[in-house]
Design a protein around this ligand. Sequence first.
Ligand SMILES: [Zn+2]
Length: 518
Amino acid sequence: MSDNRLIIFDTTLRDGEQSPGASMNLAEKLEIAHALAELGVDIIEAGFPIASPGDFESVQSISRQVTGPTICGLARCNPADIDRAWEALKEAPKPRIHVFLATSAIHREYKLKMAKEEIVRRAVEGVTRARGYCGNIEFSPEDAARTELEFLAEVVEKVIEAGATTINIPDTVGYAVPEQYAGAIRYLKQNVRGIDNIVISVHCHNDLGLAVSNSLAALKEGARQVECTINGLGERAGNCSLEEVVMAVRTRNDYFNLDVGIHTKRLLPTSRLVSRVTGIHVQRNKAIVGQNAFAHEAGIHQDGMLKHANTYEIMRPEDVGVSRTDLVLGKHSGRHALSQRIRDLGYHLDNAQLQKVFDDFKVLADRKKTIYDADIEALAESVLHFGPAVWTLEAVSCTGGSATVPVAAVVLWYKDGTLHREAGTGDGPIDAVFKTIERITGIDVKLRQFSITSVTEDEDAQGEAQVEAEFHGRILRGRAVSTDIIEASALAFLQVINRALLREQLKMNPQTEEVSVT
Ligand SMILES: [Zn+2]
């Protein structure tokens, strides 16, 4: 690999999934992994296999099914974690084990209660064990950015000797500032034997809004792998945003002089997919993929734009996947046109799913004159949604209005094929629907937010319902789209219920433990 090749390590499925409320099921993770492969990321960190049976299963499935990128699994520095990670990864054509152990004084003293010598010994043992399985090993000294440089250099040198092929320098708590962080990379470059034979990686958190800046500063000092997530998802304020770091390197190639293998036209479709799957909206003014990223409002800018796009635009919208031609599909559009559009929007459907979307599309096209991308996304979402649901909606209706008591009637399928009906009242029609669903399913959640927006701008637009609820201290989100807002609300709420049930199942499994890392 040339010295100028920048390796893109995506951790949307691992660190990104640790965002509050972003937990995904297997089908959702597979869908995103396929999209990441198509985007052209070099490495997918698919999960943390020992963390839960669900994590293990998704790393294993991604290893088996997703081709192209290297598939990576995370492990703490102990034999059980490393063995479990390998078990999940071993069928990947290109596997990588990522081992981590904290090195900063505060972690050593309070979390690990280990002296420096103990840390070095454990790190070397972990890397050696992982090397016994696989030739591609990444080591992360957790909280590296707050670790004494001399000690950091010592650990890094020892794990390189033990066979680590990538060394990641995480700013776990988002504390670093660009010059200082770059200085740490420079220090390691100058003081660690063997460092020129491995890849230096960066992993920055965004607590001070500096994740992308810190990452870029480190690239200037010779780091060649950047760990990042779609939409900057991740613990707390998130990680370095993939789309921002990639477009910075691309747009300012004159300054960075680095090659990236990302197909940038897939950035927006992938961003939308991740946002839909996790239920976490992208802020409007977010760089690259926000709705306003390429919108020009001021008259003087519009005038300049019309004369020459470069006057106010440093990137072409189409380069990141914004389509300027609004090709509208309608009743007479064929299966081929539809499936092409679905692919462009970032979805990977099999033939059966595609057929279902096509059937739904024909039904929708009868009800609605023009079908927009958002409509098609909604249809694709509904067939993906997403793995085996415990409860599915058969029918819902409700009455409202100021003079009557709101009453809802709900019919649900249970996964064993039985139908369940209930009717109930509430403070309003939607409340009545939600309460009735809770009664049928026996799951009580605490509603935190509920909203309905229209996904397109015409009169017969589909409504998108979003529900955020709390269940045993966890935030769960659901969203769904329908031309009927009551139906959309019921579907979104049911998604939350199904997610709550999934959490219950995981909790009942004794192998599950809560682990939170780097
Ligand atoms: Zn992290």
